[in-house]
Design a protein around this ligand. Structure first.
Ligand SMILES: NC(=O)c1ccc[n+]([C@@H]2O[C@H](COP(=O)([O-])OP(=O)(O)OC[C@H]3O[C@@H](n4cnc5c(N)ncnc54)[C@H](O)[C@@H]3O)[C@@H](O)[C@H]2O)c1
Length: 241
């Protein structure tokens, strides 16, 4: 009999998980779900009162935050990059500042956190990174030029890191949901536009944050040891058509 056995309970006991954007929405749901599986959670967020205040788009802030989390918890086993923003506008009208802010937080922020935490994980010879991408990392969405550019980028960053780091014990994957019912989701999709989108989603609805968190638990667990460089699409089938 093989000595290998997958833990189908996906336990994460005593793993240290750093969750950016963990103060609200999907990040908060992921933090709760990882904690329910036994992980210790460190939340890094721009939001006031966050345990580890951080602007993921700022390299100094990122390196301070990662240093503080490692000091507090001794290591980081799981990194979830969920900090993100959306700035909508027709491509011919979107301001340069909206473009730059979106890329800074969603794409550069994800890269900076992966780089800073990845260094600790590579030194330890183990770690798991989960980056929140989006359906907007696979298909075009009207008025989402900066957001789509940032999320296509997140998928690309995740695949390169997965290729470079898996041999040294660090797995990297992304999750790409359709609209999720959070503040950001409401901001981008409330109203007739969202109702029209739902009609194009085979399951006929948007996603709930805990449905994304469930996938994050699996990806973070040892049961997903062979899942590396995947972009896990959770979109009710929107992008299959
Ligand atoms: N909600 C959706 O419909 C949806 C769909 C697909 C992908 N996503 C992605 O999932 C992630 C989470 O989205 P959400 O819906 O939970 O959003 P949200 O607005 O509820 O939460 C985002 C969190 O990120 C934090 N944040 C923003 N800028 C930051 C910065 N510079 N540094 C640190 N923290 C920062 C905010 O304070 C907030 O707590 C984002 O990357 C988003 O693009 C969301």
């Amino acid at each position: 009999m093989s000595e290998h056995a997958v833990d189908l309970d996906f336990r994460l006991d005593d793993r240290v998980a750093l969750v950016t954007g963990g103060a609200s929405g999907i990040g908060a749901a992921i933090g709760e779900a990882l904690a329910a599986k036994g992980a210790r959670i460190a939340v890094a967020d721009l939001a006031e009162g966050s345990e580890f205040p951080c602007n993921v788009g700022d390299p100094d802030s990122v390196s301070r935050t990662v240093g503080a989390v490692v000091e507090a918890h001794g290591r980081i086993d799981i990194l979830v990059n969920s900090a993100g923003i959306v700035r909508l506008g027709a491509a011919e009208e979107l301001s340069v500042s909206d473009w730059e802010a979106t890329i800074a937080v969603n794409l550069t922020g994800t890269f900076l956190m992966c780089q800073a935490v990845g260094a600790h994980m590579l030194a330890a010879g183990r770690g798991v990174i989960i980056n929140m991408a989006s359906q907007a990392g696979t298909v075009a969405l009207d008025a989402h030029v900066a957001y789509c550019a940032s999320k296509f980028g997140v998928v690309g960053v995740s695949k390169v890191l997965a290729a470079e780091w898996a041999g040294r014990g660090v797995r990297v994957n992304s999750i790409s949901p359709t609209v999720v019912l959070t503040e950001l989701g409401h901001q981008a999709w409330d109203g007739p536009k969202g109702d029209a989108l739902k009609k194009l989603i085979p399951t006929g609805r948007f996603a709930y944050p805990d449905e994304i968190a469930a996938a994050a638990v699996y990806l973070a667990s040892d049961a997903a040891g062979m899942v590396n460089g995947a972009d896990l699409i959770i979109d009710g089938g929107y992008t299959i058509k």
